[in-house]
Design a protein around this ligand. Structure first.
Ligand code: ADP
Length: 339
């Protein structure tokens, strides 16, 4: 459906998107994830036709979009900086794009009612935009973007302004809604929870390039390199020398999965793979932090050698700050990273 071929975008002599290649299939939901400044918004704006392209091509359903103005591209936009029109009511906001595309008043009215029902605001046509909650405004913005049945829907930090619990609920609704409608979606976010919950595929960007692309499970289980691992919030990353089924690391010997490539590598140990033992066995550590995470507790540990460790343990019987413990590493929770 959407093909980006060696896409490059520059601001003056600063390259914001550097030769990105990306295919989005029909009905696929792709989340572009990355730290602030990695080029996510610029990528989206270039696809939308809001930002000139310095090199490469954007193809939508086989059509080269070079020279096609934004409003003729057949893409729906829901951008953070595109507020609702405050002087129009809800119905007027949703109907805006339809009327621009030449829909009759009656046809627009019918479509608006359908969309408001779809986003969970049936009968809200006459409500004033200013009287809506943040979540309701997001739903109206979504209905507005979906109204002209775009070939591709693009979302830029769609839920960024909302509080966490509402965001978590809306993201599930969005995924169900897009699935039902068969919408092709390219979404941009810096929030990994949102990206992983929404997408069929996650694309992680770093400095204008794609650092990794894969299903949420693939990226979560096998981060491509140290950058992606740290961006996903994993803290237990060290350099080590892999030989056979073990690696020599600053923490001592760490078991690695069978058939790991030998040599000097970056290793990730997931917090669940740092198993707590009674003091006196394994690598000695002091518990320096303890964060309640619902089902489990995340311990911050200061080992007697090597950098700090995070360990995820069951709530019941979790050690306290100041306790001394030992740890061992579970090879099944170790990932040998690329790069
Ligand atoms: P992200 O969406 O990942 O936060 P952006 O696409 O906004 O990243 O920005 C990518 C890079 O381009 C950053 O280095 C940013 O400073 C730069 N940039 C973004 N917009 C402009 C602009 N209008 N003029 C100059 N540089 C810009």
């Amino acid at each position: 459906m959407l093909v980006l071929d060696d896409l490059t975008v520059r601001y003056g002599d600063r390259t914001a998107v550097a030769g990105v290649g990306l295919d989005v299939a029909d009905h696929e939901i792709v989340s572009v994830l990355g730290p602030s400044g990695s080029g996510k918004s610029t990528l989206l704006r270039a696809v939308a036709g809001l930002q000139p392209v310095a090199g490469g091509r954007v193809l939508l359903a086989g059509r080269d979009l070079a020279g096609v103005p934004a409003h003729r591209r057949g893409v729906g936009l829901m951008f953070q900086d595109q507020q609702l029109f405050p002087h129009r009511d809800v119905g007027g906001n949703v109907a805006f794009g339809l009327r621009m595309h030449g829909a009759s008043r009656a046809a627009a009215r019918e479509r608006v009612a359908e969309l408001l029902a779809l986003v969970g605001l049936p009968g809200a046509e006459g409500r004033a935009v200013g009287a809506l909650s943040g979540g309701e405004q997001q739903r109206v913005a979504l209905a507005r973007a979906l109204a002209p049945s775009p070939q591709l829907l693009m979302l830029d930090e769609p839920l960024g302004q909302l509080d966490r619990s509402l965001r978590e609920r809306l993201v599930v609704e969005l995924r169900q809604l897009f699935g039902r409608l068969g919408t092709t979606v390219l979404a941009v976010t810096h929030d990994q929870g949102e990206a992983f919950a929404l997408a069929d595929r996650v694309v992680v960007m770093r400095e204008g390039r794609i650092a990794q692309s894969g299903t949420p499970v693939e990226v979560w289980e096998r981060p491509a390199d140290e950058f992606v691992a740290r961006f996903l919030g994993f803290a237990n990353v060290v350099r080590g020398t892999v030989h056979g089924a073990v690696a020599d690391t600053p923490w001592g010997k760490v078991g690695v999965p069978a058939a790991s490539a030998p040599g000097e590598r970056s290793l990730l140990v997931r917090p669940a793979g740092v198993r707590v033992l009674p003091a006196g066995s394994g690598l000695g550590c002091e518990v320096v932090g303890r964060t309640f995470r619902g089902e489990h507790v995340l311990l911050a540990l200061r080992p007697e050698r090597g950098p700090g460790l995070e360990s995820s343990v069951a709530l019941r019987g979790a050690p306290e700050v100041g306790d001394r413990v030992g740890v061992e590493f579970a090879a099944s929770e170790v990932v040998v990273l690329g790069g």
